[in-house]
Design a protein around this ligand. Sequence first.
Ligand code: 5GP
Length: 201
Amino acid sequence: MNKGIVILISGPSGVGKGTVVKEILRDGDKYALSISATTRNKREGEVDGVSYFFISKEEFRSRIEQGLMLEYAEYCGNFYGTPKAYVDEMVNKGKNIILEIEVQGAENVKRIMPEAVSIFVMPPDMNALESRLRSRGTEDEETVRKRLDTAAVEMEKAVCYDYIVVNDRLEDCIDDIKSIISAESHKNINMVNFVKGVLEK
Ligand code: 5GP
């Protein structure tokens, strides 16, 4: 069986990454989503173990020390990290695993796993980003400001990604990302086991 691909999706807060990822996951059992651990407070409607694993800073530190995190980063005063075991398990099961993570984390994963495919989702412009972030209504004014400041810094890193996709029309953005994943999964390095299997029969 071919191994799955690790797909890193980043983009500024409010760009619509969550919606894009949700739509991609509808595509049957080819995909898995990595559920991150975070120290931030749960938002209304979020479910522990589904949206995130909500844990304390002490617990987060302990998991880092035990080597349980593939990567982690501090973002707007909270820690976020990817549990390693699940990613390994999914890749070995041949699933394409999606990590929706911020730029420092994506950079760290790329260092450990250069074969991971990184995709940066850009807003069409800053005004669109600001109005999406505000209309979401999940953050207070101070947090919105912090996230917009962070967004500018994050977008400077977009050029370090393998692909940049603009989320102007949601459907187009989803199609673009699906095309990228499809092309990447047909790269010869990802088809080696399939070719071997055909030859062995
Ligand atoms: P939010 O608080 O809006 O859910 O997430 C804030 C930022 O943290 C987003 O850019 C999101 O992609 C990122 N993030 C979520 N999980 C992880 C993770 O496991 N690692 C890293 N490095 N960033 C994450």
